[in-house]
Design a protein around this ligand. Structure first.
Ligand code: ZN
Length: 433
């Protein structure tokens, strides 16, 4: 049974529903986002208190914003966080003062080459306040006195992250991680959340799973560090891991390899993407999203990243133009379908030993060869039988056979099941590596 796949329209609707929540590194925007995910899958929310040491970092205070605005010399609001959470520099400290335009300008952030867009900026570790606004608006500000109100608080609270565990039959886990800390960023953040949630729904609907699937919905960097810190001495056996983000923009599907490269995760994803068509594969770099943490040498997990446009490479990145229009329904759906295939291969890639390895066993006698007038499908099925028998030396997995034969892992796995039933094949239990 593998029903319940969300359509592109449904994925986009979920992105749109979560778009307005005022997410940040901490706070209720993250909690509301996780609540929405938890309404679809049994997500557990963890609260890590401010001040907790997580590896080399410390969980910061929780940021609460009641109101934040600037009023111009005529008393009218120039910008107001009530209109968009992007207008306030993330983690702005409180202030209430009136100052001249010249003294205000160093606190304003804009994009002169994209004068109609508002940048998304944060200052998690340097205490300051600031506002982000379209450059066209900034350039039009007249001289005079500006009243600034940032009614915010940095108080002891917690950092919130979500964890979902779908247990499997065999010892081994697949890790799927996505970040949940960006306000009003549809592609960089919400596309990953929507697709990860839909993938979890799909895996949950399966009658049985080979692997345990662990989904993490974490504030970027600190969230993954907090999870890793909690499991430092008790790290689950992660066989493969994927960081998901940026799955809705127009760039082709892109796999960023794990730090080690060539891991089972890398080979499975690259196999699936190559069969699906246009895609890109990038080597690892220690820049990007939470793959940096999972792949750090102390943990060294086989985790790569599936996305499309690379952060910083597309102009809408970290601006108000990363909006609902940037994210295409069909692109979200394509990403989900690719991930369903990836997990399908993770579930079915096994290594076998041919129990009749001296010469070709006679398949017809065992009812494995259809006789005359075979259709194209049965031709492919026969070819798969021969490839599996030929490849099954006890060391070569179906994925390797797929690479050599050009056949899909699912076709080879069907053949392997027939051969096991006919007594010609046995599984060799070697952990995928
Ligand atoms: Zn980002």
């Amino acid at each position: 049974m593998d029903g319940s796949l969300r359509s592109g329209r449904e994925l986009h609707d979920f992105v749109a529903a979560l778009f307005p929540f005022p997410r940040s590194l901490t706070g209720d925007g993250v909690r509301r986002t996780l609540d929405a995910v938890a309404s679809r899958v049994p997500l557990v929310q963890h609260e890590v208190p401010s001040g907790t040491e997580v590896l080399d970092w410390v969980v910061p205070p929780e940021w609460v914003v009641r109101e934040a605005w600037i009023a111009g010399p005529d008393g009218r609001r120039v910008v107001d966080v009530a209109d968009s959470p992007l207008h306030l520099l993330g983690y702005s400290v409180p202030t209430r003062q009136t100052l001249s335009r010249e003294d205000l300008l160093p606190h304003l952030h804009s994009l002169p080459d994209r004068p109609d867009w508002t940048p998304f900026r944060t200052s998690y570790y340097t205490p300051q306040w600031g506002f982000c606004l379209p450059h066209r608006l900034l350039a039009s500000l007249p001289p005079g006195g500006y009243e600034v109100c940032v009614d915010s608080e940095l108080r002891p609270g917690s950092l919130t992250y979500g964890e979902l565990v779908l247990p499997g039959r065999e010892p081994g886990e697949v890790l799927v991680s996505t970040h949940v800390c960006h306000p009003e960023q549809a592609n960089d953040n919400l596309s990953g959340i929507a697709v990860a949630t839909a993938l979890a729904e799909h895996l949950q609907s399966l009658a049985s799973r080979r692997w345990t699937y662990r989904f993490l919905f974490v504030p970027g960097t600190l969230g993954s560090l907090a999870w890793l810190a909690s499991r430092r001495d008790d790290l689950p056996p992660v066989r493969a891991g994927l960081v998901l983000t940026g799955l809705g923009d127009p760039a082709p599907i892109t796999w960023k390899r794990s730090r080690r490269g060539g891991t089972w995760a890398d080979r499975v994803v690259e196999h699936v993407l190559a069969r699906r068509g246009e895609h890109r594969v990038l080597d690892f770099s220690p820049y990007g999203y939470d793959e940096r943490q999972y792949c750090s040498p102390g943990f060294d997990l086989p985790v790569g990243r599936l996305g499309r446009g690379v952060h910083g490479e597309y102009p809408e990145y970290h601006t108000s133009a990363d909006d609902l229009a940037l994210v295409g329904e069909e692109r979200l759906e394509e990403a989900l379908l690719a991930l369903v295939e990836v997990t399908g291969v993770l579930e079915r890639d096994r290594t076998y030993r041919n129990l009749s390895p001296y010469g070709e066993p006679q398949l017809g006698r065992r009812g494995l060869y259809r006789s005359i007038g075979a259709s194209l499908d049965s031709k492919a099925a026969e070819l798969a039988l021969l490839w599996v028998l030929s490849g099954s030396d006890g060391r070569t997995s179906l994925l390797d056979v797929a690479g050599r034969s050009g056949l899909a892992v699912s076709t080879l796995a069907d053949a392997a099941e027939q051969l096991v039933a006919a007594g010609l094949l046995e599984e060799v239990l070697v952990p995928p590596a």
